[in-house]
Ligand binder design. Structure first.
Ligand code: NI
Length: 166
């Protein structure tokens, strides 16, 4: 288990456009394992490579459902539902902050697995939100760029029943 340092808002690496993953080797497997360890250690539901300083198009997501840890390499969203969801969202790179963000209710994503094999995945609800949030990281975008509004400290502490940090 290797937990890496999570980069926070203000660090240039969070604003970079990440490069495609080209080598599906042991180094990638170690990166993905470290990303999952780091995400779980921080109680997050998603983590993108730039959040640990790696400018590559790789994300991990674990929303606590039957999928377990999802690894998306070079992911692209291919479909977004017109139906949307509006709810709270946080980010491990912006500790102690949350915002209200509107996202598609369902998305389809095309990606590669750790061996380079292509696959498609459909996500709904929190999984769709996490996919959108994490893929945004790969283009240097953060939820604060697209949020409806930021939550106050009181609202963050209160129990508005919604999403977890991604
Ligand atoms: Ni994030």
């Amino acid at each position: 288990m290797a937990v890496r340092e999570i980069r926070e808002l203000g660090e240039d690496v969070l604003r970079k456009i990440c490069k495609p993953v080209e080598k599906f080797d042991l180094r990638l497997a170690i990166l993905l394992k470290d990303m999952a360890d780091t995400m779980h250690d921080a109680d997050g539901v998603g983590l993108a490579a730039p959040q640990i300083g790696i400018v590559r198009r790789a994300v991990v997501i674990d929303v606590g459902d039957e999928h377990g840890v999802i690894e998306l390499i070079n992911p692209v969203i291919t479909e977004r539902s017109e139906e949307t969801q509006t709810g709270r969202e946080g980010c491990l790179s912006l500790p102690n902050r949350q915002g209200v963000v509107t996202r598609p209710m369902r998305v389809k994503v095309h990606a590669q697995d750790r061996h380079g094999r292509p696959f498609d995945l459909e996500g709904e609800g929190l999984l769709a939100r996490a996919i959108c949030h994490e893929l945004d990281h790969l283009d240097g975008h953060l939820y604060i760029d697209c949020m409806d509004r930021e939550l106050t400290e009181e609202e963050i502490e209160g129990h508005i029943p919604e999403d977890d940090e991604t």
